[in-house]
Design a protein around this ligand. Structure first.
Ligand code: SAM
Length: 126
């Protein structure tokens, strides 16, 4: 779960930098799981109009899978993010909402290199 705790007061046109990312970058998040990483950036920037956040799972699946996902998505939507589901990062260049678009940063937050089986399977999680 990502959280950006630091509270700052920013002027409206100031470019806000968070590590490698800034509030003027067009940012694509691939496989954001519970959308907590996107929300963390939104909090840090004070806006998410520069963010397209995606999940591999459908909306229905991910709100069952992740406790905070519904709330994270609602807040991200209110911050102006574009939210897309069922986006496979290995094929996203063909996605109708992504093809022909350019981004300054594409962020993959997959914490595992890969596995055989289903992600929700307890044996796979172990
Ligand atoms: C643990 S979550 C990421 C968590 C969250 N973004 C964070 O960093 O706080 C890893 C996600 O990668 C997604 N994933 C795995 N393979 C993927 C693929 N080919 N395309 C898109 N997402 C994928 C999984 O669905 C899972 O939700």
């Amino acid at each position: 779960m990502w959280r950006y705790e630091e509270q700052k007061v920013w002027s409206k046109n100031e470019v806000k930098w968070i590590k490698h990312y800034n509030s003027k970058n067009k940012i694509l998040l691939a496989g954001d799981g519970d959308f907590s990483f996107g929300l963390s950036l939104a909090y840090a920037f004070g806006s998410a109009t520069n963010i397209v956040a995606t999940s591999l799972d459908s909306y229905d699946v991910l709100i069952k899978k992740y406790n905070g996902a519904a709330t994270n998505l609602l807040i991200l939507h209110n911050y102006g993010a574009q939210l897309l589901h069922r986006v496979d990062a290995t094929k996203m260049q063909h996605h109708p909402d992504l093809q022909n678009r350019k981004f300054d940063r594409i962020i993959y937050n997959f914490p595992h290199a890969g596995f055989i089986g289903l992600e929700g399977d307890p044996q796979v999680i172990e």
